[in-house]
Design a protein around this ligand. Structure first.
Ligand code: ADP
Length: 493
């Protein structure tokens, strides 16, 4: 009987499930959105029960659409929105309140206080991260200090706390586990010693009994409870979304890089067995542990990428659909001197400045929809270029080609401009769902469905390659314009 892998892709706005075959081909997909909860400006929450219910529904529907029974699924792979935290009761599995989402800024003051105490250097040395509300540690601290019942339950050893992978695993299998790619985003995990760090748990005042056991990314995470799918299915692989995408892109070697163009952009550069410390305020993170120790990447993220196009659509009404931005941008020969710095929520890597706000510079009477749209698309490429510059400096090596994925990677104008501005080829793979595919590969490796990384790498198929075609002088001119725009915008705070 032919068998398949079921990938669960628990994202920030929706839960998806995809069935993959041995060639990495997609057999079925089901997606269900869930509520975004904004209790106060800057705060973002999710209901853990909704996350679970939508994810379970997606899994069942994907199996149904592929006409598969549980016995035809060799293993389940999970990939998830990272850093988001959930508390639940160990005994009943009941969630205790909403999840605090990675985007939530409620611990900004807590982070600022820790920075003022001069603690960032130590935290970065151990975790590869920065003291930013983005990561899980201060979110857990915040919940424990604001909700005495959580502190009490935690001290009594009655509660579990974890990122979304752990929450789903607990509901699927009843075990409290995580793996290094997720653990390395918590601010609590020592990425060099591969363990929860006692000194950091102390600093954030978090009892270790709350936290999951950390097992390798490719592991036997347990079997799903029989009543969920009618039979037990092994969970064989788990990874955070960006690391899963890196794996799905077959970026296995040091020097391999991928950029995901979604709401924001996430660029990861594989650095192999070496955890490279950044001198440019990028993150050092674990990519995965396939059972023989951790491997690492440098990561940079920009907060607003595709979201700038959404803004043109929803707030300005310049375009009716995101995809329309492509023909509109291509309808003019150049940006007409217009630069758009989409710092709507401050700037991420390498600037990490939450105070900056967006700006459009260089407008003339002739600037119109096309120039503004073009400038918005170009800003995505410039921001990614700045990240890759820093990645290259930190890693001490050139990125030779960039593999791309995510919704906006389907924009041909943007991808060509990205290749032009970087001066390297940009490669779009045949399978766009690299995140879910990465989770499927990890699960498949651990159950023997896939033999090794070579077999997986051979599955990677090019859909389109964009080669740089811009004259170096023009490229420099554009980059200079962008940098001046960025500088001007940063001075307006
Ligand atoms: P996420 O996973 O972050 O929700 P997706 O990978 O689904 O994001 O990509 C959606 C984002 O990409 C949206 O912000 C949308 O505006 C943008 N986008 C989608 N298609 C295009 C396109 N053809 N051109 C430019 N931007 C696009």
């Amino acid at each position: 009987m032919e068998s398949y892998i079921l990938a669960l892709d628990q994202g920030t706005t929706s839960s998806r499930a995809i069935v993959f075959d041995r060639a990495g081909g997609q057999r079925s997909v089901y997606q269900k959105e869930f509520r975004q909860i904004y209790p106060q400006p800057g705060w973002v929450e999710h209901d853990p029960e909704e996350i679970w219910e939508t994810q379970l529904l997606a899994a069942r529907e994907a199996l149904k659409r592929a006409s598969l029974g549980p016995e035809q699924i060799a293993a389940i792979g999970i990939t998830n929105q990272r850093e988001t935290v959930v508390f639940w009761e160990r005994e009943s599995g009941r969630a205790l309140g909403n999840a605090i989402v990675w985007q939530c800024r409620r611990t900004a003051d807590l982070c600022a206080g820790l920075k003022e105490r001069g603690l960032e250097e130590k935290v970065t040395a151990k975790t590869g991260l920065l003291l930013d509300p983005y990561f899980s540690g201060t979110k857990i601290s915040w919940l424990l200090s604001r909700r005495p019942e959580l502190r009490e339950g935690a001290e009594a050893g009655e509660l579990c706390c974890g990122t979304i992978d752990s929450w789903l695993l607990f509901r699927l299998t009843g075990r409290h586990l995580t793996e290094p790619s997720n653990a390395s985003r918590t601010l609590l995990y020592n990425i060099h010693d591969s363990c929860w760090d006692a000194e950091l748990l102390d600093l954030f005042d978090i009892p270790s009994s709350l936290l999951p056991e950390v097992v390798p990314t490719c592991s036997d995470f347990g079997r799903t409870r029989r009543e969920l799918f009618g039979d037990e299915i092994m969970v064989g692989g788990v990874a955070g979304d960006q690391q899963a995408a890196l794996f799905g892109q077959a970026c296995f070697e040091a020097g391999d890089a991928k950029n995901t163009y979604g709401t924001g952009c996430f660029t990861l550069l594989n650095t192999g067995r070496e955890p490279v410390a950044s001198k440019n305020r990028l993150l050092t993170t674990i990519t995965w542990d396939l059972g023989d120790g951790p491997e690492y990447a440098l990561e940079g993220s920009v907060f607003i990428a595709g979201a700038a196009i959404q803004w043109l659509r929803d707030e300005l009404g310049l375009i009716a659909a995101s995809a329309e931005s492509e023909s509109l941008a291509a309808s003019v020969d150049d940006n007409g001197g217009v630069y758009f710095v989409p710092a709507f929520v401050g700037l991420g890597a390498p600037h990490w400045d939450p105070r900056v706000r967006g700006a459009v510079l260089g407008l003339t009477r002739g600037s119109g929809r096309a120039e503004l749209t073009r400038a918005a698309l170009e800003s995505i490429a410039y921001q990614s270029c700045d990240l890759i510059d820093c990645l290259e400096k930190d890693a001490g090596r050139r990125v030779e080609t960039l593999k791309v994925d995510g919704g906006a990677s389907l924009n041909g104008f943007l991808m060509q401009f990205q290749a032009d501005i970087l001066g390297i080829p940009v490669q779009l793979p045949a399978v766009a769902e690299t995140t879910a595919l990465g989770a499927a590969y990890l699960a498949g490796l651990s159950c023997g469905f896939f033999r090794d990384r070579e077999e997986i790498a051979a599955n990677w198929r090019l859909r389109k390659e964009y080669t740089p075609a811009l004259e170096p002088a023009r490229r420099q001119e554009l980059l200079t314009g962008w940098r001046k725009a960025l500088q001007a915008t940063r001075s307006f705070i």
